[in-house]
Structures are given as structure tokens and as C-alpha cells.
Design a protein around this ligand. Structure first.
Ligand code: DX5
Ligand code: ZN
Length: 215
């Protein structure tokens, strides 16, 4: 059984309220919210005011994925907007340990995302401090991309690192998740599956969430 975190990036933004109601009625446990700044990634999505509105609709986990440079500047602002899990990119944080401590000090769970080219090993000295590791299975910036198959190896390596350190870190997979790869990802050790296109372009998104969850 996986935790499903639908990415609202793939929702119809003119019908965002309906998308939130659908997710609230579904078995999805987390809302996944992608924030892009046009600098760390070559795309701009949405930010704090939208997240504030989404938060008003739900009691589920607000899993905010920051694809921005200098994320440490906005930790308190995202807490105030309603984030319950705040994920920063390893590649954007020269003082990652300190950034994680700041996220936790604000009362949020701390996530670290790794780009496809970043090896798992870079987290070995702080894995026990991290609540969620988000393995990017596409290059961040856009929804609807093809899943990178090397991800399975990374999930296994990360699972080993977590077990070695007796840590309780969750493994989240982000990008190109479908019904075809979900079961294999969970078998490799994934705990949380982010799904944008697969959920929001499905004819029955609620059923799709249930199928992914029970994959
Ligand atoms: C990509 C984002 C993802 C994206 C996933 O940069 O981090 O969360 O919304 O979308 P799909 O599931 O369509 O690949
Ligand atoms: Zn994401």
C-alpha cells in the first residue's frame, strides 16, 4: 500500500476548487504542490497565494515541493501558507543541514529532493535528519514527462541507506509515475508516489488514485 500524492500541477487551474474536492473525497493522503521559480528549473508554476487557498479546502498533508533557488528564504512563508511537509532540492542548498533544521523548527516535516543526476550517497551524513527523500524520476520543471528507469536502482540504494541508519525516512517518487511502474517502485522500497498526469488525465481520477494506492 502506497501513500498517493497527486500533483495539482496537472489540474485544470480554472477548476482548482473541484480538483481539491475530488482529492478530499479520494484515498490520496497527501496533496503535492509544485513551486517553480524559472531559475532553478526552466518553468514557473504557482506560489504562496494559491497554496493558501488550497490549504483552506483540506486537512490532508500539504506536501510542498520547492523547485527554487535559496529556498531557506521562504521557509516561514510556506509554513504560514499551510505547508506541512516542505521539500527543498539538494542541488539548491549549500547548507542543507541547517535548512533542514530550520524547516523542522517551523514545525514542518523536512523533505530533500534529488535530481536524476544526483547520487543517493550525498545524503549519507544526514539521512537520519530527513523525514522524506523525494527521488526525481524526471528532470524537474514539467509534468507529463517519461519516467527514468534508473530510478529503481536509486530507490533500492536509498532503502538500504535508510535501513542501515535505522532511520524512519519515507521514500517519495516524483515524475512519470503510472499504473505500469507503481508496483515495481513500491517493491523496490517506495513509500509515496506523486502522480500528476496519471491522476488528472484519468477518466476516473478517484478510481485511479485507489488503483495506484493498491498497486
Ligand atoms: C515535476 C514535478 C512533478 C510533476 C509530476 O517537476 O515535480 O511533481 O507535477 O507530474 P507527472 O506525474 O505528470 O510526471
Ligand atoms: Zn513535484
Amino acid at each position: 500500500m502506497a501513500i498517493i500524492a497527486p500533483s495539482l500541477l496537472a489540474a485544470d487551474f480554472l477548476e482548482l476548487g473541484k480538483a481539491c474536492s475530488m482529492l478530499n473525497a479520494s484515498e490520496a493522503e497527501w496533496f503535492h504542490l509544485d513551486v517553480m521559480d524559472g531559475v532553478f528549473v526552466p518553468n514557473i508554476s504557482y506560489g504562496i497565494p494559491i497554496i493558501e487557498q488550497i490549504k483552506k479546502t483540506t486537512n490532508k498533508e500539504m506536501d510542498v515541493h520547492l523547485m527554487i533557488v535559496q529556498p531557506e528564504k521562504y521557509i516561514a512563508a510556506f509554513k504560514q501558507a499551510g505547508a506541512t511537509i516542505l521539500t527543498v532540492h539538494y542541488e539548491a542548498c549549500p547548507h542543507l543541514h541547517s535548512t533542514i533544521q530550520q524547516i523542522k523548527a517551523e514545525g514542518m516535516k523536512a523533505g530533500v529532493a534529488l535530481n536524476p543526476h544526483t547520487p543517493i550517497d550525498v545524503l549519507k551524513d544526514l539521512i537520519f535528519e530527513i523525514d522524506v527523500v523525494c527521488i526525481m524520476s524526471v528532470n524537474p520543471g514539467f509534468g507529463g514527462q517519461k519516467f527514468i528507469a534508473h530510478t529503481y536502482e536509486k530507490v533500492k540504494a536509498l532503502k538500504q541507506l535508510i535501513v542501515q541508519h535505522n532511520a524512519s525516512t519515507l521514500i517519495e517518487i516524483d515524475g512519470g509515475v503510472t499504473l505500469e511502474n507503481a508496483a515495481k517502485l513500491v517493491a523496490a522500497g517506495a513509500d509515496v508516489l506523486v502522480a500528476g498526469t496519471t491522476v488528472f488525465k484519468a477518466t476516473d481520477p478517484i478510481q485511479m488514485i485507489a488503483s495506484l494506492r493498491n498497486c
